[in-house]
Write a protein that binds this ligand. Structure first.
Ligand code: ARG
Length: 446
């Protein structure tokens, strides 16, 4: 029973939040005259001593004391004696744990948010450096149209920005204080719930005591945001794995963010990227785990809910590592621009530009232009040359309406520069996007 019942092995991670919550609670009890002022002061001071002990020695895993809440109270009793027993007035472990966990998840959100901001800055810096570096853009992992590396990196800047906003949204909904809901029904003591909420940095008290002690949707929302973030990181990691492979050779990873092989001396493996990809599976697993824990529980608290913490702690740790690793890789990678350009030039990636030119200059319907271009691609493919290496005689053979001006659109640089629609890949647009992103990052800093 002791082993299945105890949560101290993992919930000791919340000791700071637990002591902070208790200090806010006892301060309020004192102010309301529920506990005598000198007792409240003694408890407050005692909790400070317990905190100093935990800070210095760590939190002991005493299974007999079950969880961090009981452990902290018993430590307090060792310090100040029987007065410690007054701390739990008008409180239950149910509103206590709900409060602690909200505080913990709120900190986790703030950490994720800040780390993602740093990743965005890394992406921005590299995008700026490569605003006009040409690379192939892919669909189906087939060369489609040339793009710029800066544009590609800024795509991830956008994704990470949305991830951050999901954390921010979750934080806003989370930020109400359950303390004072007691076991489930509220309490008859004359509490000041506004005061404890304020002391703990919440926007106010939660509105329904049953809901307060029995929902963990704030943790699920955190895990949802974490899973979506991990999914984006996994996609970026996958790009690095592909780009770092020899046949692609688009990137060489720094020594710092790659590993050697124990047997093949030539190897430089993208282990960190692979682990970011792998960790996203575990983070999503944590989300699924908590949703399934919660889905069959009637109101109010059930002990199943103690299982809410391990998945959240695990996801937080894995996400922190994944963001840091991805940031490091982005910052330190060497992009092999000549390889990227050669790949962009090799795949008839400007075929759409030829078709568009026929539409624009020849007044030809797009469908027909598409057919004509298809014949040009086939001819170039057969001759083993690029589209812009076809002679004007060859091009005219395919369609007499083609003239020399077409060469102005067939190079990858011309193609990229022409994509000037808002959000497009032209270096001019990419620089504008970077400038706007920088501005909004600066505004956040204020
Ligand atoms: N360790 C428990 C948890 O994490 C604390 C709440 C215990 N409440 C109870 N009614 N047994 O959920």
């Amino acid at each position: 029973m002791r082993e299945i019942n105890a949560s101290i092995p993992f919930d000791k991670r919340m000791w700071r939040q637990d002591l902070r919550g208790s200090q806010a609670h006892v301060t309020m009890l004192g102010a309301q005259g529920i506990v005598a002022a000198e007792d409240a002061a003694a408890i407050h001071a005692g909790l400070g001593e317990v905190a100093a002990d935990f800070e210095a020695e760590g939190v002991p895993e005493d299974l007999a004391l079950e969880d961090i809440h009981m452990l902290a109270e018993s430590r307090l009793a060792q310090k100040i004696g029987a007065t410690a027993g007054r701390l739990h007035t008008a409180r239950s472990r149910n509103d206590q744990v709900a409060t602690d966990f909200r505080l913990w998840v709120r900190d986790a959100i703030d950490q994720a948010e800040a780390a993602l901001g740093a990743l965005q800055d890394a992406l921005l810096a590299r995008a700026e450096e490569h605003a006009d570096s040409v690379m192939p853009g892919f669909t189906h992992l087939q060369v489609a149209q040339p793009v710029t590396l800066g544009h590609h990196l800024m795509a991830y800047f956008e994704m990470i920005g949305r991830d951050r906003s999901r954390f921010t949204d979750a934080r806003a909904r989370l930020n109400l204080c359950p303390l004072g809901s007691a076991a489930l029904a509220g309490t008859g003591f004359n509490l000041d719930r506004e005061a404890t909420a304020k002391a703990l940095g919440f926007d106010g008290p939660t509105r329904n005591s049953l809901d307060s002690v029995s929902d963990r949707d704030f943790a699920i929302e955190y895990l949802t945001a974490a899973s979506q973030t991990a999914l984006h990181l996994s996609r970026l990691a996958e790009e690095f794995v592909i780009w770092a492979s020899q046949p692609f050779g688009f990137v060489s990873l720094s020594d710092q963010w790659s590993t050697g092989s124990s047997i093949m001396p030539q190897k430089r493996n993208p282990d960190a990227a692979e682990l970011v990809r792998g960790h996203s599976g575990r983070i999503t697993g944590a989300l699924v785990s908590l949703m399934i824990t919660m889905k069959g529980l009637p109101l109010a608290y059930s002990k199943d809910m103690q299982d809410d913490k391990p998945p959240v702690f695990e996801a937080h740790d894995l996400l922190g590592l994944s963001i840091a690793a991805m940031t490091g890789m982005v910052e330190s990678a060497t992009f092999r621009l000549e390889r990227m350009r050669a790949a962009a030039e090799a795949g008839f990636s400007t075929a759409t530009d030829l078709a568009d030119w026929l539409v624009r200059e020849g007044g030809i319907p797009f469908r027909e232009a598409h057919h004509i271009t298809g014949r040009a691609v086939a001819m170039a493919e057969q001759a083993g040359i690029r589209l812009d290496q076809l002679s004007i005689t060859q091009l005219k053979e395919i369609d007499s309406r083609i003239d020399e001006r077409v060469y102005g659109v067939l190079s990858v640089d011309a193609s990229v520069s022409s994509r000037t629609s808002f959000g497009g890949t032209s270096p001019k647009r990419v620089r504008e996007a970077i400038a706007a992103a920088r501005k909004s990052r600066q505004e956040e800093g204020r």
